[in-house]
Write a protein that binds this ligand. Sequence first.
Ligand SMILES: CC/C=C\C=C\CC(=O)SCCNC(=O)CCNC(=O)[C@H](O)C(C)(C)COP(=O)(O)OP(=O)(O)OC[C@H]1O[C@@H](n2cnc3c(N)ncnc32)[C@H](O)[C@@H]1OP(=O)(O)O
Length: 278
Amino acid sequence: MSSKYNSLKLVKVKNVGDFVYKVSLNRPSKFNALNMVIWKEIGDCFQLIDEDPECRVVILQGEGKHFCSGLDLSEVTFLNGEEADDSARRGRSILRTIKFMQKQFTYIDECSKPVILAMHGYCLGAALDIATACDVRVATKDAVLSVKEVDIGMAADVGTLNRLPKIVGNHSWIKDISLSARHFSAGEALQFGLLSRVYDTREEMINEVLKMAKLIALKSPVGVQGTKNALNYARDHTVENSLNYVATWNMSQLFTDDIMKASMASLSKQPTPPFSKL
Ligand SMILES: CC/C=C\C=C\CC(=O)SCCNC(=O)CCNC(=O)[C@H](O)C(C)(C)COP(=O)(O)OP(=O)(O)OC[C@H]1O[C@@H](n2cnc3c(N)ncnc32)[C@H](O)[C@@H]1OP(=O)(O)O
């Protein structure tokens, strides 16, 4: 694994083999509350992973008792912006901060490798901003989730309100949870489509998620990364535009050796062959 990951202090990256990386928020004494250090490291980490041929699938989780208790509320003064008498200039400095914070989570969404999020315990506020930027979301049955921002007097502005309507079809439920900031269970999140699976224990979740990650990592990275890319594009564009996009994408990608290798293995009912790094 590249030594570049060693510079990360509050995000831990581990190569667990078979092209799967485990990324952990690592500030357990504060329930992985997100200060600016860890916030930046999340973005740095996913930028590194995007270009890392040793990684084909990422499992994201939190160390300790909880996945993440949201924004670090002891360090929120930076939200006041730079000292300036002029409100326009102060506003610009806040704008830069919000955009920076948004971008760090967007690196997860834009990462070419699929990201499977495994949540447990508290998943509050910014934790859900992260969740909505991931590709697959699962949790333990005792997870407690909340779009918590209105409880601290703000509208969520780093992803949840923008991505949740693309994930969940029921806008009444989205407004129910976002306007009230109430806690809701993993079971409820599963029912409304925010999660795809709920597990009894953390151990079971990690074992199952590892199996899922290894299964995906066995597939052609050309096929897998193209699929994430095409689905993300389809989410944000019309059907017509996204058909055009995927056709243009595949203009080059269909020349891959992976298609012949995978097709031959499939026809002859052989296990998936190893694919070159990407
Ligand atoms: C531009 C803006 C971008 C993004 C904005 C995002 C907004 C949000 O994320 S809103 C959500 C903010 N988070 C919260 O409101 C949760 C606050 N924490 C709590 O309510 C509780 O800590 C708890 C999570 C319910 C857990 O309670 P309990 O089991 O009683 O443990 P504690 O003793 O309270 O916590 C242990 C330890 O962790 C520290 N901590 C927990 N959460 C945070 C946090 N969000 N920020 C800072 N610190 C946190 C807590 O202070 C304790 O630390 P000690 O040093 O042991 O005192």
